[in-house]
Design a protein around this ligand. Structure first.
Ligand code: NAI
Ligand code: MG
Length: 354
């Protein structure tokens, strides 16, 4: 029997609430399949841990995590700990330390999902966001702090290796899926980094003459995300642009309660990490109001990653059925159910479908 060793980092706020539902659903799936099982290990890291120890994770946390096949993370960040500390010392530490340079964010309008656009378009894209460098490289300086001549520098870092590998990954995805590939950049204003990005996109593209491509400036792309999202299929973009565009995409396809993301190390030298893209939602934490569907969609991505695509698809279909039947949903989806009731309903629907 295959055993998938999963490190759980439920984190802060609604993180533990939604991860509990994900674990429940994954355990049910393994039980129904019978051919594999999950071995979960829970880590208490996050802002509460920080207030007790002064650290976001154990000193040897990365070493501990390296033993696992994957990481399933809830959310990190809570009032009382500065966001740049909680983000850099846990989430970004893992993404960078484990070279999870691909961030996969499906922007797909499932049947039954709320969409603010009046004519519900058939939105079905996969945004591949560069996840290791770019504008979030942490390079820069803060000079003459608090003096009149104060200067801050935040430098985007685009290495040839880092740029090529994400773009190549995107071409491979587009080729495998038989879909178009769109690069989103900003070469007119960012005259070094994005001119370079565009050049690499073209260079690598020579090896993929069968893949149809398009290239947009990020400002125009934001407009088309809203006005004509069906023109995008596979999208590749930088760290910052991808961060912003996928929240916009999430808003179009059901909101933050439904948006999932996978941080992938394609070489499998390190564990990959699966997480809902929302944060710890302090405004609703502890009230049983959090929508667990984003965490469940990330669990479906995890199943895909392990080669259990049938189950990944089945879980996603169940989420879709749940919304179509419009039965047991949390308040952000105009329902009245609690987090746990949604998880229980998903388990029930999965079981009923055998
Ligand atoms: P947020 O995503 O936590 O919340 C934004 C809004 O969406 C809130 O109104 C919240 O109630 C709602 N929301 C989020 N998840 C929901 C869910 N599952 N069900 C229903 N409603 C949901 O973003 P915010 O408020 O900007 O950040 C809160 C904290 O989370 C901060 O400390 C921030 O740094 C952190 N954060 C962490 C992320 C991560 O761990 N990946 C990502 C984004 C923010
Ligand atoms: Mg974000």
């Amino acid at each position: 029997m295959d055993v998938y060793k999963i490190a759980l980092i439920p984190g802060d706020g609604v993180g533990p609430e939604v991860i509990d539902e994900g674990v429940k659903v994954l355990e049910k799936i393994a039980e129904m399949d019978g051919g594999f099982r999950f071995e979960f290990t829970r880590f208490p890291w996050g802002c509460e841990f920080y207030s007790e120890t002064g650290k976001m994770m154990d000193e040897d946390g990365m070493e501990q995590l390296s033993e696992f096949d994957a990481i399933y993370l809830g959310a990190v960040g809570f009032p009382g700990v500065p966001d740049h500390i909680s983000l850099w010392d846990l989430l970004l530490k893992i993404r960078k330390g484990f070279d999870q340079y691909i961030n996969l964010r499906p922007i797909k309008l499932l049947n039954g999902a709320p969409c603010p656009l009046t004519e519900k378009p058939d939105i079905d894209m996969l945004v591949i966001r560069e996840n290791s460098e770019g504008e979030y490289a942490g390079a820069g300086d803060w000079l003459f702090k608090d003096k009149p001549e104060e200067v801050v520098l935040q430098t985007g870092v685009f290495s040839r290796k880092g740029t090529e590998r994400v773009i190549r990954y995107a071409y491979e995805e587009a080729r495998a899926a038989g879909k178009t590939l769109t690069s989103i950049s900003k070469g007119n204003a960012l005259n070094y980094s994005m001119v370079f990005w565009d050049q690499v996109f073209e260079e690598v593209g020579k090896e993929y003459p069968d893949v149809k491509t398009a290239s947009y400036l990020v400002d125009a792309a934001s407009m088309f995300f809203v006005l004509d999202p069906t023109r995008f299929e596979i999208v590749v973009t930088s760290n910052l642009f991808g961060d912003i565009l996928t929240d916009l995409g999430a808003a179009l396809t059901g909101g933050l309660g439904l948006a999932a993301g996978a941080n992938i190390n394609p070489e499998k030298s390190y564990p990959s990490m699966f997480e809902p893209i929302h944060g710890s939602a302090p405004d609703i934490a502890g009230k049983e109001l959090a929508n667990p569907l984003a965490a469940l969609w990330s669990a479906s991505q995890m199943l895909d990653f392990f080669g259990q695509e049938d189950w990944g698809k089945r879980l996603l279909n169940t989420i879709e059925d749940l919304m179509v039947e419009n039965k047991v949903l949390t308040p952000d989806m105009k329902g009245q159910a609690t987090t746990k009731e949604v998880g229980d309903q998903v388990v029930e629907m999965l079981t009923a479908k055998v």
